[in-house]
Design a protein around this ligand. Structure first.
Ligand SMILES: Cc1cc2nc3c(=O)[nH]c(=O)nc-3n(C[C@H](O)[C@H](O)[C@H](O)COP(=O)(O)O)c2cc1C
Length: 334
């Protein structure tokens, strides 16, 4: 692990070496992923919804904590618009708190119903949104500790407004008093240095680490991501106000064609969009047969590497960016 290069409100809040957080990833953010991020000097968020069975969830938490030798881990609590999908979360939250987890990434709906329990236990809550407006509202109205703003480039849900991370990086820290993390399109250390320079306290990555060795998905899926450029993702489901950035593949194009035809009947989309497809594709390697979240930073994911190497590279690149900026200054003093 590299020596800490930056000290920010996020490194202090999570007591971590590097201001680089690995977001929740449905199906993929398991014990190995989460522990790898923590052991690389950052923070990872084990995705609660990936383990609907409480016993399996508890086992996974225990495994993650043993892999970090007890170093704290994070848990992702994503609340979807379909209430029935959130039913497991209350129970999972209790399990996580009982296991001593105190770092949480919330996303989707505002975590209003979860916050009393989270805060009563002394948890640190990082809430993820896709607009500066929502971030400001969450920061002022909710008892959260930090906020992540993801830009249009991100894998998963970029929201409806599709404003880039370059814009968020300036506006977010300018308007919001609590620590701000920037996600969406981040996959190079120069971006880390730039985002901190613009006022943020850390970055959140997802797509860049889809090719980490510790991620369990099939080699064919990782190969597709390694081979992807900045323009190889696409947007689907905007017509349902539930935009997703995914790999541009057969299923994504099938969904887009239904949307273009103005089809509103969700049943016609279901064979393509159901979540189990993604699990099957990660398992079989048939990456064309699911909507697989992937962002524009796939362009930086150019080989399968251990998580720690990805972190080290980000830090080395950020250090080089700082050097470059220093070299560009007209006055080298002060
Ligand atoms: C494959 C994949 C699955 C994701 N699943 C979730 C999820 O279950 N919950 C969540 O809050 N965010 C999820 N995200 C979003 C990430 O946590 C993170 O916000 C996003 O990847 C950051 O943008 P980037 O992809 O450009 O790095 C997912 C992202 C990807 C790429």
């Amino acid at each position: 692990m590299r020596e800490p290069l930056f000290s920010t409100r996020i490194t202090k809040l999570f007591n971590i070496e590097h201001p680089i957080l690995c977001g929740g990833l449905m199906w993929l953010a398991d014990a190995n992923y989460t522990a790898a991020a923590v052991n690389a000097g950052g923070m990872g968020f084990l995705t609660a919804k990936t383990f609907p069975d409480p016993i399996q969830f508890k086992d996974e938490l225990e495994k993650a904590l043993s892999l970090t030798s007890g170093k704290p881990i994070g848990v992702n609590l994503y609340q979807s618009m379909r209430a029935e999908e959130n039913e497991v979360l209350e129970g999972h939250l209790k399990i996580a708190l009982d296991k001593g987890v105190r770092f949480f990434e919330t996303a989707g709906l505002p975590p209003t119903t979860l916050l009393p329990k989270l805060k009563e236990a002394g948890s640190i809550v990082l809430h993820k949104v896709s607009t500066v407006r929502h971030a400001l509202s969450a920061a002022t109205k909710l008892d959260i500790d930090a906020v992540t703003i993801v830009g249009a480039e991100c894998g998963g849900h970029p929201g409806l407004e599709l404003v880039s991370s370059l814009i968020h990086s300036v506006l977010g820290p300018e308007q919001i008093d609590i620590p701000v993390v920037i996600g969406g399109g981040i996959g190079h250390g120069r971006q880390l240095a730039a985002v901190l320079g613009m006022g943020a306290d850390g970055v959140l990555i997802g797509t860049r680490v889809l090719v980490a060795e510790e991620v369990w998905s099939h080699a064919e899926v990782k190969k597709q991501i390694v081979n992807s450029g900045a323009a190889d993702s696409t947007l689907v489901m905007s017509s349902f106000r539930n935009t997703s950035r995914v790999i541009n593949n057969e299923f994504a194009r099938a969904v887009q064609s239904l949307e273009l035809d103005g089809i509103e009947d969700f049943d016609q989309y279901w064979p393509y969009v159901k979540g189990a497809n993604a699990f099957d594709a990660y398992k079989s390697g048939d990456w064309n047969k699911a909507l697989l979240s992937m962002g524009q930073s796939a362009v930086f994911a150019d080989s399968v590497q251990p998580m720690e190497q990805i972190y080290d590279t980000l830090i080395d690149e950020a250090a080089a960016a700082l050097e470059r900026l220093h070299g560009l200054r007209t006055s080298k003093t002060g």
